[in-house]
Design a protein around this ligand. Sequence first.
Ligand code: ADP
Ligand code: GLC
Length: 510
Amino acid sequence: MNSPKVLYACSEVYPLLKTGGLADVSAGLPPALAAQGVDVCLLLPAFPDVVAGVEPEGPSLLVPAGGTMGLPTGLGPWPRPAPGPSPWLQRGRITASGQAVMLLHAPGLFDRPGNPYHDASGKPWADAADQFAWLGWAAALLGTGLDSGWIPDLVHGHDWHTGLAFAYLHGLAASGHRRPATVFTIHNLAYQGVFPPEVRGRLGLPDALFHIDGLEFHGQVSFMKAGLQYSDAITTVSPGYAREITGEEQGCGLDGLLRQRRPVLHGILNGVDDAVWDPANDALVQPGFDADHLQGKAVAKAALQRRMGLQERSDALLFVVVSRLTEQKGLHLLPGVVDDLVQRGGQLAVLGAGDPQIEGALQHAAQHHPGQVALHIGYDEALAHGVIAGGDVILVPSRFEPCGLTQLYGLRYGTLPLVRAVGGLADTVVDCSLEHLDDGSASGFVFHDLSLQGLSGAMRRAFALRRRPNDWQAVQRHGMALRFDWARAATDTLKVYRLSLAATHGTATA
Ligand code: ADP
Ligand code: GLC
């Protein structure tokens, strides 16, 4: 199959709607796949920000409920999510990029302001199971040929939000419906979409799927497990994470299943979108810079210090963070090293939002060290570029990290990553040990123990390297020259598509 048609189902895409790296991937990978001949159409829930960024094209399609589809016993009938019209699909194109999309409109489910996953108090939306069951159902129906003008050869779903698509496709195939090839990508195994067993009736999930080798997880319904169980192939976003999740420590209770599925589990490292993250051509960072012209980086540092209310000192080693402030990111350790960091003449600028405890502790540190430590709570795309460009060292001390993108952006912008050796961080950053300095492979600072000692040891190595400007520059240059491009990730993803297409249709592999 030369140009496979792929339905790429996900819940967010940059620049329309972004809460994390998933959105960057949904923007970066599809065009790279298209450049290699794949006909990709995104399927997204019609959240208001998404609708606002899409130009509709052609007529809409109704999404029929389960009971009307001649499904096997137990599947459907589906409830209407709210009085009013049934869910429908609208084809269109993302205005900014021209990317083909299919938007799932479901009255009452997606058309609300705020975060796509939780309410203003941070609690998950009460109807999350219904929201993403409909996304899965729409993906499954498109896979069976609902839109006769565009029938995908393969359905590629991302994270738990799309997991049920694979269970529905399994059920539909059992009753004689067309079965496309399927690939499921784990971006974060820690978020699983687990709901009480009572949702089964409502979501049209038959008892036949509710067992340990199905989508049952400790008596509950797991959307993530459905994706892992019923897809032809599974990918995740770094080779390191692919290994880690087959072990107990990072397996989040699903390591047994992942060990069973190891033959079809592939770790494919994410890429960096050059159109968005390139210090020489970044509209949000002026003037631009590259490894041979670093004056722009010094300007960005001074601008960042002013913007964040830090003392404008070029000699202060400026540590930065751009992150969700959660346990995952290991940032609970940060307040414990701030005093030492400041005493050594460093500064800290944090952009992030999340756990109120971490926010509070960092706020306290900022109050305690005015002019040296600054915190901006919130989500701000433009400031994120300014922080990554202006910092000297970007901190990513994660407890676990499927891939991580900010360390890759840091490398590109000459902001040396300081990371914990886990998942994609361990795959992408090489510590400044003497041997790595000697062979030219060093690109940042890597520590192992998730402890204050581990983190502060790596920070001390950063201060020590800064006192050796030639070595610092060599490391910076090496990092800036590294390329984690989407073309390579697309080539590897296409290989997985071909394997799964071959398994489904018996077509030749590339
Ligand atoms: P995760 O997806 O686990 O949050 P990643 O490193 O893969 O982590 O991706 C995070 C993405 O979100 C990056 O593009 C980063 O720049 C962005 N980001 C995180 N926090 C913020 C914030 N507070 N403001 C702006 N962008 C942010
Ligand atoms: C998840 C992971 C992050 C990864 C991103 C994109 O949010 O936490 O490590 O980079 O997905 O794949």
